[in-house]
Unconditional design. Structure first.
Length: 136
């Protein structure tokens, strides 16, 4: 009889970047999926890595001048590249959220400016009333 060497974890063997437990959890969220082999988890992880690499590389071609990758550049990539057409509904939701958050920030800035001017005016009035009282 020959002794078998202990098996290395399939996932470690492939050096995947995503945690296997998270992938397994996502896969098990589908009720139709029963047991999941380690090799299938590794394959999903590597596929996700390659997908993200492709998305980021395509997105960075549009931002070479700015050297900043942001939501807009990702959304533009999704909208212009046919490979990412399936992400368009998600991209639209993110664009709406981004616009809403920008509007909220602008409103907050305006409210802060109003508060500052109101506080500044009220402090001027208070200082004027104090100086008037001193004169009397």
């Amino acid at each position: 009889m020959s002794k078998r060497e202990p098996r290395k974890s399939t996932i470690k063997k492939f050096k995947t970047k995503f945690p296997a437990s998270k992938i397994k959890k996502i896969m098990h969220s589908n009720e139709e999926i029963g047991k999941v082999s380690n090799i299938s988890i590794a394959l999903v992880s590597i596929s996700a890595e390659l997908f993200l690499k492709d998305l980021i590389e395509n997105s960075t071609t549009t931002v070479k001048e700015r050297k900043i990758l942001n939501v807009d550049s990702l959304i533009n990539c999704i909208e212009t590249n046919q490979n990412f057409d399936f992400l368009i509904p998600i991209a639209k939701k993110f664009r709406k959220k981004q616009l809403n958050s920008q509007k909220e920030k602008e409103k907050e800035k305006q409210n802060n400016k109003r508060r500052k001017t109101n506080n500044h005016n009220s402090s001027k009035q208070n200082s004027n009333s104090v100086t008037k009282e001193k004169k009397n």
